[in-house]
Design a protein around this ligand. Structure first.
Ligand SMILES: [Ca+2]
Ligand SMILES: [Ca+2]
Ligand SMILES: [Ca+2]
Length: 386
C-alpha cells in the first residue's frame, strides 16, 4: 500500500519523537494522559442533536464539557506555539444512552482555510476513536515506521514486521477494523465529508454517520466553521460492510478511547509547515489506540433526571420451572419497593425472584417510593411463561 498520509521525514520525526514524547509503553487497557479524564455529555432522549449545522441543540451542554485549544499540543515538525489568531477550536462531545454513537460539535476559527485540493491536503479535524478502549494499532503497515523500541515493546514491533503477513493483508484485516480514524475535511468542498481511513470506508455513510457544516469563507480566507456530526463506534467494523459489524456497547460511566488532531494548512506549499494539533501527547495516537486520551460517558446531568423513576427488567432463569429474576433499575433515592407479579403474589425485595405456578402472560407492576415521592412502572404481558 502506498503511503497516503503526509509524514515527517524520518530523521526529523525521530528528533520530534525524542523531544516530544514522554516515556510511554502502550498496552491494551491503558490510555494516554492518565491525569485527565475528559467527559462526554449525555443528551436526554428527547433532546438528541439534529445534524443540521444549527448549534442551538448544544446550548444545554454545560461549559465544563467544552474542550478548547488549551488542551492541544502541536506534535508536528514545526511544533508551533499556541496562537488563537492562527487557530482556535472548541469541541463538545455527546452521547445518548441506548445509541452507540458519539455526537460532536466542532467550532473552529482559522486565519487561512485551506481546502481547494481534492486530495488529502485539506484543513482537517481528525478523530480517532476506540469504543471499548481495547487499545492497539489501528492502521496498516506504514505505522510500523514509528514503532521503535523507544515507544513500544519489542513484541508489538515484531508482530507488525512479521514478513509472513503482506501489507494488503494487514490493511484489510486491521486498518480501521477495531478502532476508527476519520479525517473530516473542514470544510469538504466538492469532496465527501470525511476519509474513513482504512478498509471499512462504509462507516462514514448514513446512517452509520451523518454530518453538517456551516461556513461562509472561501479558500484562503479567515473565518469560523461549524461542524456537527455523529459517528457510530465499533468493536469490529470489517471491510465487508455493516452486516458483520459489532457496535461498541456504550453505557453510563464507561471509559472510551478518543482523541483528535487538527491539521491546519495555511497556504504554505511546504506541507511539513502545517499545524498538527493533538489532544493526545504522542504522535502515534493517529494510529495506535493505546495512545488515545480517556473519555467518560457521563450520566444525565441532574436537571435532566427525574427525581424518582420506576424502572425494571427481568430474566427468565429457568423456563421449565417458570423461575423469573426481576431487577430493579429505578433512579432517584428509593426506600420502598413493591412488586406485583400478576399472579396474586407480591414482594417488597428490591431484586426479587419469583416462581410462577402456571403458564401465562402476566402484568407485572413495580411501585417505588422515596423522599421525592412515588413512581410506578407496569409492563403488560412482557413476562410470558409456558
Ligand atoms: Ca443541530
Ligand atoms: Ca491557521
Ligand atoms: Ca488553515
Amino acid at each position: 500500500m502506498k503511503h497516503t498520509r503526509l509524514r515527517p521525514r524520518p530523521l526529523i520525526a525521530l528528533a520530534a519523537l525524542i523531544s516530544a514524547l514522554q516515556p510511554f509503553s502502550p498496552s491494551a487497557l491503558s490510555l494516554d494522559r492518565p491525569e485527565t479524564t475528559f467527559r462526554v455529555f449525555q443528551f436526554p432522549a428527547d433532546k438528541i442533536p439534529r445534524i443540521d449545522g444549527d448549534t442551538s441543540d448544544w446550548d444545554i451542554v454545560p461549559d465544563a464539557y467544552v474542550i478548547g485549544s488549551d488542551q492541544l499540543a502541536d506534535l508536528g515538525e514545526t511544533q508551533k506555539k499556541r496562537d488563537p489568531a492562527d487557530l482556535d477550536v472548541r469541541v463538545r462531545v455527546g452521547w445518548v444512552n441506548g445509541l452507540n454513537r458519539l455526537y460532536f460539535l466542532y467550532e473552529a476559527t482559522d486565519n487561512y482555510w485551506d481546502f481547494s485540493s481534492p486530495g488529502i491536503r485539506n484543513d482537517t479535524f481528525e478523530v480517532i476513536v476506540d469504543g471499548d478502549a481495547s487499545g492497539g494499532p489501528l492502521i496498516d503497515s506504514e505505522h510500523r515506521d514509528f514503532w521503535t523500541p523507544d515507544t513500544v515493546g519489542p513484541r508489538r514491533a515484531a508482530l507488525d514486521t512479521d514478513p509472513r503477513i503482506t501489507d494488503p493483508e494487514r490493511h484489510w484485516a486491521g486498518h480501521g477494523v477495531h478502532a476508527q480514524n476519520y479525517h473530516i475535511f473542514t470544510p469538504a468542498a466538492g469532496k465527501d465529508w470525511a476519509l474513513a481511513w482504512g478498509a471499512s470506508t462504509w462507516t462514514k455513510n448514513f446512517p452509520h454517520a451523518n454530518a453538517a457544516t456551516r461556513y461562509d469563507f472561501k479558500h484562503g480566507e479567515p473565518g469560523k466553521l461549524t461542524l456537527e456530526f455523529y459517528i457510530t463506534l465499533y468493536d469490529y467494523a470489517g471491510p465487508e460492510g455493516p452486516q458483520r459489524a459489532i457496535e461498541s456497547a456504550l453505557r453510563e460511566n464507561k471509559i472510551i478511547g478518543l482523541g483528535w488532531i487538527i491539521i491546519d494548512y495555511d497556504g504554505d506549499p511546504d506541507m511539513s509547515k502545517r499545524g498538527f494539533w493533538s489532544l493526545g501527547r504522542h504522535y502515534t495516537m493517529f494510529g495506535d489506540a493505546s495512545a488515545l486520551p480517556a473519555f467518560r460517558l457521563m450520566p444525565l446531568e441532574k436537571q435532566f433526571q427525574k427525581p424518582i423513576d420506576a424502572r425494571w427488567t427481568f430474566t427468565v432463569v429457568d423456563m421449565d420451572r417458570r423461575l423469573v429474576a426481576f431487577k430493579d433499575e429505578s433512579t432517584g433515592e428509593i426506600t420502598k419497593w413493591h412488586w406485583d407479579f400478576g399472579d396474586g403474589a407480591t414482594s417488597t425485595d428490591q431484586h426479587p425472584q419469583h416462581t410462577y405456578a402456571k403458564p401465562g402472560n402476566h402484568v407485572v407492576i413495580l411501585d417505588v417510593e422515596g423522599p421525592a415521592g412515588k413512581s410506578r412502572l407496569s409492563k403488560v404481558w412482557d413476562v410470558q411463561l409456558r
